[in-house]
Design a protein around this ligand. Structure first.
Ligand code: BJW
Length: 252
């Protein structure tokens, strides 16, 4: 339609019309318009306000389990209070319009699922799936914190089976990514015709290899981001703007 033709350059529209297998690869920017902070945006990013060495490593958790557990519970409570935004909704809708779509996210929230995306590859785990540090038994997340009470320190629960500490189900620095999700993500990137990379700074590996692999394998790669990114190849393009404004135009 006319709006799409104006905003989406013809070469993108042609690539999109003929693509059989789409990959949508998302980062924190896709949830920013829901009110979830990104990691590296100046001022508002989590890593602009907290030191990842204190919070996002196994060593940090072992040093101060209450601090780390409490920080992740604070973030989980925030996620539970917000709703998917038009970008999450457009991605779920897109899957109903194209022949095949693989959704890969680095995000630890559940906003893609709540927007109706049926199958999401979570490369960096989930705030909603804590597990035992010792025996890996999964635990239903506890009742969410009441963040209106201000800062609350709380200790991680203890595993009913083995007495180990329960840890957040996210992937910290220095940890391996979930093998099956990573394998499926690499396979999809190598096979797809078009990859939309939405709201990621592309600095964290191995996830950052996914758009690079798609471009090297002959797919078109379209980055959607309000900040200008350094693009690696001739098959990569950027549409500059917010995901919640641009993605809905795809499914109008
Ligand atoms: C919008 C928007 C809007 C805003 N619309 N867009 C040196 C060189 C290379 C690699 C390494 C190295 N030293 C260490 C490593 C390895 C390390 C790594 O890559 N580090 C780099 C930072 C240098 N990687 C790992 O450790 C990984 N594991 C691993 O490699 O295992 C093998 C190994 C084992 C032992 C030793 C060495 C290797 C694990 C990485 C786990 C990452 N975990 C985190 C935290 C998860 C838990 C939590 O949530 O707390 O994952 S870090 C954080 O970054 C989080 C994210 O998923 C990830 C990516 O961030 P993302 O999504 O891109 O967010 P931002 O904030 O960076 O960007 C947001 C973007 O949105 C911006 O561009 C905005 O402009 C944009 N935006 N509003 C659209 N409205």
């Amino acid at each position: 339609n006319t709006v799409s033709e104006i905003l989406w350059p013809p070469k993108f529209l042609e690539a999109m019309r003929s693509a059989q297998h789409w990959v949508v690869f998302t980062g924190a920017g896709v949830s920013a318009e829901s009110g979830i902070p990104t990691f590296r945006d100046a001022l508002t990013g989590l890593w602009s306000n907290f030191d990842p060495e204190d919070l996002a490593t196994t060593e940090a958790f072992l040093r101060d389990p209450d601090l780390v557990w409490g920080w992740y519970e604070w973030r989980r409570a925030k996620v539970l209070k917000v709703a998917p935004n038009p970008a999450h909704q457009a991605i779920a809708e897109l899957a109903r319009h194209v022949p095949r779509l693989t959704l890969i996210t680095q995000n630890v929230d559940d906003l893609h699922e709540r927007a109706g995306s049926p199958s999401v590859l979570h490369l960096h785990g989930s705030l909603h799936h804590p597990r035992c540090m010792r025996c890996a038994k999964a635990l239903d997340p506890p009742q969410p914190l009441d963040t209106s009470q201000g800062e609350q320190l709380l200790a991680p629960p203890v595993c009913v089976d083995c007495g180990g500490l329960i840890r957040p189900g996210v992937v910290w620095f220095g940890e391996m990514l979930p093998e099956q999700a990573l394998t499926q993500a690499f396979e999809a990137a190598a096979q797809c015709d078009l990859l939309l990379s939405v709201g990621t700074s592309g600095v964290v590996y191995p996830a950052a290899q996914i758009p690079q692999l798609a471009a090297r394998s002959g797919a078109w790669v379209i980055h959607i981001n309000p900040q200008n990114l350094a693009l690696g190849s001739e098959r990569e393009f950027q549409l500059t703007g917010a995901a919640g404004a641009l993605l809905p135009l795809l499914v109008q």
